[in-house]
Ligand binder design. Structure first.
Ligand code: ZN
Length: 292
């Protein structure tokens, strides 16, 4: 759903609440504290009184919408805008779009990102694996491959990120502490099914994948980038989208939050063909606890 559709379908706070109640409870309220279905509506406050434990609650308890004074419509619009923003969206822009202040927009983005996490099976088939570096002052060192072998690798202001991508499928990427063989291989064996084909460049940390996997290498150091089906171009395309997003929209992303930005980009990539992504994301938003 685009923002016009969201705006039309959920014109009021009540429309949003009713929709969340349908998703979370199938319209039969359950106390989030004691799970009792015995509830008395408090229609004025849009809440329920629990007849078992005597607390009161609304459908947003324990979700990303918990304890917010903002209209749910703004949350719904924010989710729709974020899902549709292929290159990401800055807090400043989101603030203008939904008429909240910049700090509020930033806080909403952080909360929404808690719902943008994919639960995935092991990757299999043809997989591209690659590492990259995010951040750093020297923007001209854009081509991370240049820094990979030596000088720039230990640069304090760059953060290594590792990812695996199933061709025509899904991606998983995370901030890593280093790009050592141990770090990359443990991620690979936790996330990729034995026997899969793994395509990488010739970074030395990938040596020794053969055996458990079929390891195919493009020799970037020799200027080779594609060898038949062997290449890492798809994941490199994803890196450039992520980096442009972070440079253009988020300016400096602190290391602390980097995984959340990566999750957001992975989520859009992984769900690019999902028709009812807005609905799916609302479901996740209701499941997710409201922690930051
Ligand atoms: Zn209760």
């Amino acid at each position: 759903m685009n923002i016009i559709q969201v705006y039309k379908r959920f014109p009021t706070q009540n429309d949003c609440l009713n929709h969340l109640e349908r998703i979370r409870w199938k319209n039969k309220p359950h106390c989030p504290y004691c799970n009792s279905p015995s509830a008395t509506p408090m229609p004025k406050e849009n809440r329920y009184h629990c007849n078992s434990c005597n607390t009161s609650y609304s459908v947003t308890v324990g979700t990303i919408f918990h304890k917010t004074k903002l209209d749910l419509q703004k949350w719904f619009l924010a989710i729709s805008i974020i899902l549709n923003a292929k290159k990401g969206i800055s807090a400043r822009q989101l603030a203008r779009d939904i008429e909240v202040n910049k700090n509020t927009a930033w806080y909403m983005q952080m909360r929404v990102r808690n719902a943008l996490i994919d639960q995935m099976d092991l990757f299999e088939g043809i997989i591209e694996a690659d590492e990259t570096y995010i951040g750093g002052k020297n923007k001209s060192k854009h081509n991370n491959k240049k820094t990979k072998g030596g000088q720039g690798r230990n640069s304090k202001d760059k953060t290594p990120v590792f990812g695996i991508l199933e061709r025509d499928g899904k991606i998983r990427a995370i901030k890593v502490k280093d790009v050592s063989s141990r770090t990359l291989k443990s991620f690979i064996s936790e996330n990729i099914k034995k026997g899969s084909q793994i395509m990488t460049d010739d970074w030395k940390s990938y040596k020794g994948l053969n055996g458990k996997y079929q390891h195919l290498v493009v020799a970037h150091c020799k200027g080779e980038y594609v060898n038949g089906i062997v290449h890492t171009n798809t994941i490199e395309g994803f890196w450039s989208l992520l980096k442009r997003g972070i440079l253009g929209q988020y300016h400096h992303v602190t290391k602390q939050y980097l995984n959340k930005y990566i999750d957001e980009f992975c989520y859009r990539y992984n769900n690019r063909n999902v028709m009812d992504l807005f609905e799916q994301t609302l479901k996740r938003a209701l499941r997710g606890v409201g922690s930051d």
